[in-house]
Design a protein around this ligand. Structure first.
Ligand code: C2O
Ligand code: CU
Ligand code: CU
Length: 478
């Protein structure tokens, strides 16, 4: 059996799992991808300061950085450690993550660990309980990685602007007992950025209220901070993609020229069974763990992963082109077809909705006293909202109602939930989510156990312009 998991063995908890391996040089086997196959999308690495293999201790600094996005043009972005995306953080379930964070930006910021079930005081929401990190200030995040899966981190202060300027990074938690042999792996952070001619960042408030209502998308789509990068791959050989939508407003709908995208995991780790798709939709903040075995048509040596505009209501797909996001360049190296996908072997419990306490949430839009656009939950913008109450250990069923002419990606911090139905239709599979799409003029219900970790937990629309305009609330677990 070829070794498919380059982070095992030599870099058990190291985050520098590509660059930092000091074991024997990787040699391509006919079953794997060519050496250096994913170099164009190489993520930043970071040094593990701890000698303890179960502790991942790193330094992150938020600072301005000069980054080349447009060829030959430097753009001043907001970065973690100087690059976009921020460094790949990678550990195993049960490892302790310590992040010495320093804010060298001109405004306050914080780091939120999206999707992780960690203590409330580590969640990075300003004033719950800690204030944001002031310019020049620092903060130590310190928690145990609770669940295997694909996660990410981003600021929770002025989020639409700060994410849009480049602040986001991937975090992967491995489970050493998970099935191996899924394919050579690459982490792909999808995002976009607004860059004007000459390389300046577009302002975060462009388009006024209309920009807010629509959700601001950058004009350049990025994969690991690059415009249209390439992977060098072998024909028909299976590879594993950890996809993260880190854009502040854009829905990524992906297609690979008819090649099936086999989804094996989502927000909360592996699925119970793989799901075969020809199109994959990722709302802002959602993740997908996907395996593909691409092969080009006769006589071709390239395929492109395409962005296909997704209709999330009024005008959002109208006249928008399909665009290439990532190229797959097929090498001439011999290949043999990958063995069958091993069973995922994961059994999820069912959160029974019977007897769960109902909570009704409606996503609303209106205007404030002086006529400015104001979004809210149940008609109340976040700054005036009373928290939803949940007692520790309580099971609740939330109904999220959307009377808007746009879809909204709804996100709850700190807890995974299971969808009961979307517009009355049961999803037909159990899955852990932290972010779900609530369709136009529709509703969605989910069940959640507030089983541990009391505190003030945030929920909001992950179109971050909407969140900043008031479509946020808190649930007080006590
Ligand atoms: Cu990605 Cu409030 O979170
Ligand atoms: Cu979150
Ligand atoms: Cu929204």
């Amino acid at each position: 059996m070829p070794l498919y998991r380059p982070w095992m063995g030599c870099c058990v908890v190291s985050v520098g799992w590509l660059a930092g391996c000091s074991g024997p040089a990787p040699s391509a086997t006919p079953a794997g991808e060519p050496v250096g196959w994913s170099d164009e999308v190489q993520l930043q690495t970071v040094t593990d300061l701890s000698a303890d293999p179960r502790v991942l201790e790193v330094s992150l600094e938020a600072r301005l950085g000069e980054v080349e996005i447009l060829p030959g043009v430097k753009t001043t972005l907001w970065t973690y450690n100087g690059g976009v995306p921020g460094p790949l953080l990678r550990g195993q379930v049960g490892d302790r993550l310590i992040v010495h964070f320093k804010n060298s930006l001109p405004e306050p910021t914080s780091i939120h660990w999206h999707g992780l079930r960690i203590p409330n005081e580590m969640d990075g929401v300003p004033d719950e309980p800690y204030p944001p990190v002031a310019p020049g200030g620092s903060f130590d995040y310190d928690f145990v990685l609770p669940d295997a899966g694909t996660y990410w981190y981003h600021p929770h202060y002025s989020s639409a602007a700060q994410l849009g300027y480049g602040l986001y990074g991937p975090l992967i938690v491995d489970d050493p007992s998970a099935p191996a042999g899924l394919g050579d792996e690459v982490v792909l952070v999808l995002s976009d950025i607004g860059i004007e001619d000459g390389g300046r960042l577009a302002p975060a408030d462009g388009g006024g209220d209309f920009g807010t209502l629509f959700g601001r998308e950058g004009n350049a789509m990025l994969v690991n901070g690059k415009l249209l990068p390439a992977l060098n791959v072998r024909r028909g050989v299976r590879q594993r993609w950890r996809l993260i939508n880190a854009a502040k407003a854009r829905y990524f709908q992906l297609e690979l020229a008819g090649t099936p995208l086999v989804r094996i995991g989502g927000d909360g780790g592996l699925l119970e069974a793989p799901e075969q798709l020809t199109r994959l939709l990722l709302t802002p903040a959602q993740r997908a763990d996907v395996v593909v075995a691409p092969a080009p048509a006769e006589g071709e040596d390239e395929l492109a992963l395409k962005f296909v505009p997704y209709d999330r209501g009024t005008g959002t797909a109208f006249n928008r082109p399909v665009e290439d996001l990532l190229r797959l360049r097929f090498s001439d190296e011999p290949s043999s077809p990958s063995p069958a996908l091993p069973p995922l072997g994961r059994d999820l419990p069912t959160l029974d909705a019977a007897g769960a306490t109902p909570v009704d949430i409606s996503l609303t839009v209106g205007t404030d006293a002086i006529g400015n656009l104001e979004m809210g939950i149940n008609g109340v913008p976040s700054r005036n909202a009373e928290p939803v109450m949940a007692s520790l250990g309580q099971r609740q069923i939330w109904k999220i109602e959307n009377t808007f002419e746009f879809d909204h990606p709804f996100h709850l911090h700190g807890y995974f939930f299971q969808v009961v139905d979307v517009d009355g239709q049961a999803p037909g599979r159990r899955e852990w989510h932290d972010t779900v799409n609530v369709p136009v003029n529709g509703s969605l219900r989910f069940v959640v156990d507030f089983d541990s970790r009391p505190g003030m937990w945030m929920f909001h629309c992950h179109i971050l312009d909407h969140a900043d305009a008031g479509m946020m609330g808190m649930v007080h677990v006590h």
